[in-house]
Design a protein around this ligand. Sequence first.
Ligand SMILES: *Cc1c(COP(=O)(O)O)cnc(C)c1O
Length: 400
Amino acid sequence: MSEKIKPAIEGGTPVRDTKLYYGHQYIDDADVAAVEKVLRSDFLTCGPEIDKLEKRLCDLTGAKHAVVCANGTAALHIAAMAAGIGEGDELITTPITFAASANCALYCGGKPVFADINPETYNIDPAKVEEKITSRTKAVVAVDFTGQAVELDRLTKLCKEKGIVLIEDGAHSIGTKYNGVPVGSIADMTTFSFHPVKTVTGGEGGAVLTNSDEYYEKLKLARSHGITRDAKLMEHEIDGPWYYEMVDLGYNYRMTDIQAALISSQLDKLELFKARRSEIVKRYNKAFAKIPQIFVQKEIPESDTTRHLYILRIKPETLTIDRKRFFEALGAENICGNVHYIPVYTFPHYERLGYKKGLCPNAEKLYNEIISLPLYYSLTDKDVDDVIAAVTKICAYYAK
Ligand SMILES: *Cc1c(COP(=O)(O)O)cnc(C)c1O
């Protein structure tokens, strides 16, 4: 390819005619058949597909228990409830995440505390977590950003020493292993999301994985109104065969059997999804490592990653344009990116709670330099080449 081809945003020809988005679900005939089967069955919710999926998630991760629920946000909420977050308790998390990772503390009357990221892996920095621990710290929500596992050896050790509950937000990382052990069986609790942009989808859906019997009971209660039919958990005398008790305040965070069947069917393809996503990441990394204007995300050897997101990071000091203009230039080439994430504490709601810009400089710097590129199972090699061609063209044209 010759240098200095005119980008589409300057009046040149786009690398492709049709738009490419950053994420897309992959649904095949087996998925459709699995959903149809449930629709024609007796149970649309609270049925056998729920037990089947929970068992499946235990088999996949090696966790003792799985509690599936309405979505990844509900999973974080019930995990925070099970961890005992209450008024005034602090929960440490990363600013480079979806708001729900921090909001789960607010739902419980607790206070999110933000610890800065490692500037190369973009995951929460365990040293920064340690600095933020106070006598009020009850939990850490560590997010496997892009699918790469957080530094679980350091975080599990730190949390154990300090008596803090480690919740791993694995919304990006289903299928990832850390030192050969699947995400889901390592932290005290691990949450998954099955939103359509995630690696495996149920339309909506979530799950909490845990090895703890105590958390398991609390999670089940929180998911379903705090209601139990288990005599062991009841406080009053059993009135009759119909009797159940509400022993705590919970929610209706249940998943439907329709969603569960779709997720089980999608899990049949997890290895395929993982392999294709890895291939695409390798192609991107190989191409971008040669471009001086791009920083390639560091991968830690401990994480055998199922990659959810590919983050293009520009080095603004090497370019005549900023991230916003780069994003627009990519869009003109018909490559429609996204930005993951806006640092959570900079949102107006958090601002009103007293959080201020400047809290986590590495996260704020990252935010100004990133664009999420297309990464999903059904991307073709031609699609990937188009993305690479567009990035290469823009970098060459605007290089300082
Ligand atoms: C998607 C996501 C969530 C929330 O999951 P939903 O299923 O959309 O509620 C939480 N944390 C992270 C890191 C996510 O990417």
